[in-house]
Design a protein around this ligand. Sequence first.
Ligand code: CA
Length: 238
Amino acid sequence: MTETILVVEDELALRETIAYNLRQQGYEILVAADGETAITLAKQHQPDMMILDIMLPNVDGFEVCRILRKELNLPIIMLTARSGEIDRVLGLEMGADDYIVKPFSMRELLSRVKAHLRRMKMIQDDADQKGTNESVDAKQILQHGDLVIDNNRREVTRNSQILTMKPKEYDLLHYLASHRRTALSRDTILREVWGWEYTGGTRTVDVHIRWLREKIEPDPANPARIITIHGTGYRFEG
Ligand code: CA
């Protein structure tokens, strides 16, 4: 099966270079030069992945990401020109999976693309397998006080209220809660939750922890559930 990648970049030369290199690898490529077209194409064709520039005419990359995230589950790699934007990309009100700072090499982009597609395929295979095996495992539900993590439904509730979580926030919380009272280094967390191929750096972990705390801690400024272990990483107390 050929995977389809949507390339969204307003700079013609860069858009064509990326499209050309990805086609060479055998991917099906769709291109858009602005945010509105990107949203339309993504909804119409449901690509397997998107490479999305931030600075775009009419609707910018952040907004494209935010809108599509509600409807589509696909890896999004954002292209950013300034390191100052990284926090916003990772902060992921938008829910991007990765980012690359311009200028970048095609080799780097290709390796990220392959890594994310491989990871996505693994998740899908896993889900397919679970789907054929109907039994509901009680261990799939973790409860810590008023916090309930239901891994069958990939749903988190606090005081019976459903918390809205981005996919990676959920994965991170589930991983931490499954290793209660265990010190976990940032590297371990990154490897287990984001996978070996992820090269975004451990700052990603810190940003996601910050977002999780805002959702699950009674007082996010004084965390009682996700404890920081200075110089190492984090520990879930529940
Ligand atoms: Ca641009």
